[in-house]
Design a protein around this ligand. Structure first.
Ligand code: SF4
Ligand code: SF4
Length: 422
């Protein structure tokens, strides 16, 4: 059966159990993903404990596998049985269905409700950023947070900015449309850029405008990924519907949608058409690009400036899972390697942060174990990059390196001043 968020029996536990048995049986015969993540590890070890008697797997066994899935999507492109294969196997989305059924049955947990309200948290926290940032570093407060909402006390959290990206952009002197055939892009800024890592947004606008792109930033909400992480499909659908209303008209006028966040661009490309049956969802998805993918496209069209002023030496670059799952190749590496005397070493390993998963006290330590093979590569103290803001945090936690978004490195290479407008 093809996966369908809108199927009548989506929340039906009997139909879910039947589909789980079918999928686990196929996976047991295949085992290609045996070392990909804790979900598969636990599943296969349990099956072996039961001497392969699959009908002895319990609902509790399934729940363990579901809870350990952090939705990195790495098993999907690896799997030979995904649609259009007749098995129609979609392991990550089936895990998501398990989380959604749990949330429907018992309500979305307080922890997931807190973690998914990125817009609300960001709006409030940026208004009092110095106090909020200080409080989030305070040990007694972190212990309280761990005890009440289950966020691990040692999890490094992103700092809040005093000025949001949106308020900076309102004052930014926008570049005019340079001719009828100039490229046009709607910038989907992401929550991370709006409330935390504003400089990545500023660098993106500087680099896009340097390359003659006319940029618009319409109102937008969180892409919806944190809601999916908590199994809250209804809220994910509402966020998708809002963003689609804002973006579709621009796409119809010839704009592309460009986002610096791998998880957000992944969601818009792959999940919006499944969350929404509005034809605009497919339209927006087909015109959505990851920021560095878009710059690589400009390069292919001969539009990317090579007016580089500063080489960047050796950069260790982490390829995030949600870019790998977009199947677009190594676009950040390709663009950074255009900079003279710059060498990029790609490390395509999971950081283990994975959305809200590693924030939870029960997952934090495991997340560092998952990320260890990646951290090793970042311990030489050289320049570091990752497109994913959460992987950046996780790499910092595990290795001490401080990765930046590739577009910030590109801005430096162009010799452009950081933050010229304040
Ligand atoms: S999506 Fe990632 S975490 Fe989930 S089952 Fe697949 S590989 Fe494991
Ligand atoms: S998800 Fe696909 S590739 Fe991975 S173990 Fe299952 S059947 Fe094999």
């Amino acid at each position: 059966m093809a996966f369908d968020f809108n199927a009548k029996d989506f929340y039906d536990t009997e139909s879910y159990a039947k589909e789980t048995a079918r999928i686990f049986d196929i996976c047991n015969g295949c085992r290609l993903c045996f070392n990909l993540c804790p979900s598969f590890d636990v599943l296969f070890k349990r099956i072996d404990q039961l001497d392969g008697e699959m009908d002895k797997l319990t609902g509790e066994d399934t729940k363990k596998v579901v809870d350990l899935c952090y939705d990195c999507k790495l098993c999907f492109p690896k799997c030979p049985y995904t649609p259009p294969h007749k098995y129609m196997l979609d392991f990550p989305r089936h895990m998501l269905r398990g989380k959604a059924i749990e949330a429907k049955k018992n309500g979305v947990t307080l922890q997931d409700q807190m973690l998914s309200r990125t817009d609300l948290l960001g709006t409030v926290s940026t208004k009092a950023a110095p106090i909020v940032n200080w409080t989030l570093e305070s040990k007694p407060f972190r212990v309280l947070m761990e005890k009440t909402i289950g966020i691990h006390r040692e999890r490094n959290l992103p700092k809040y900015a005093s000025q949001t990206f949106v308020s900076w952009y309102k004052k930014h002197k926008k570049a005019e449309l340079a001719g009828a055939d100039a490229p046009k892009a709607v910038f989907f800024h992401t929550c991370s850029v709006n409330y935390n890592d504003v400089d990545t947004g500023k660098a993106a606008i500087q680099v896009l405008e340097k390359n003659g792109v006319h940029v618009e930033v319409p109102p937008q909400k969180c892409c919806g990924m944190p809601y999916l992480d908590g199994g809250d499909i209804d809220n994910a659908k509402k966020h998708a519907a809002y963003n689609l209303r804002q973006l579709a008209d621009y796409v119809k006028k010839g704009y592309d949608v460009v986002s610096p966040g791998p998880s957000c661009s992944y969601l818009m490309k792959q999940e919006y058409p499944m969350l929404s049956d509005d034809p605009d969802a497919k339209l927006v998805a087909s015109h959505t690009f990851d920021l560095m993918e878009y710059l690589a496209k400009l390069n292919k069209e001969g539009r990317l400036s090579k007016d580089f002023k500063a080489s960047q030496g050796k950069i260790t670059y982490h390829l995030p899972c949600h870019l790998k799952a977009q199947n677009i190749g190594f676009k950040s590496r390709d663009v950074l390697q255009l900079i003279p005397d710059t060498e990029v070493e790609v490390v395509a390993k999971c950081s283990g942060h994975d959305g809200t998963w590693s924030l939870k006290k029960e997952n934090f330590k495991m997340s560092l174990e998952v990320g260890e093979p990646l951290f090793e590569k970042f311990r030489d103290g050289g320049a570091a990059a990752s497109d994913c803001p959460l992987a950046q945090l996780q790499i910092e936690k595990g290795s001490g390196a401080k990765p930046r978004h590739p577009v910030q490195i590109l801005r430096d290479a162009y010799g452009m001043e950081k933050d010229p407008e304040g």
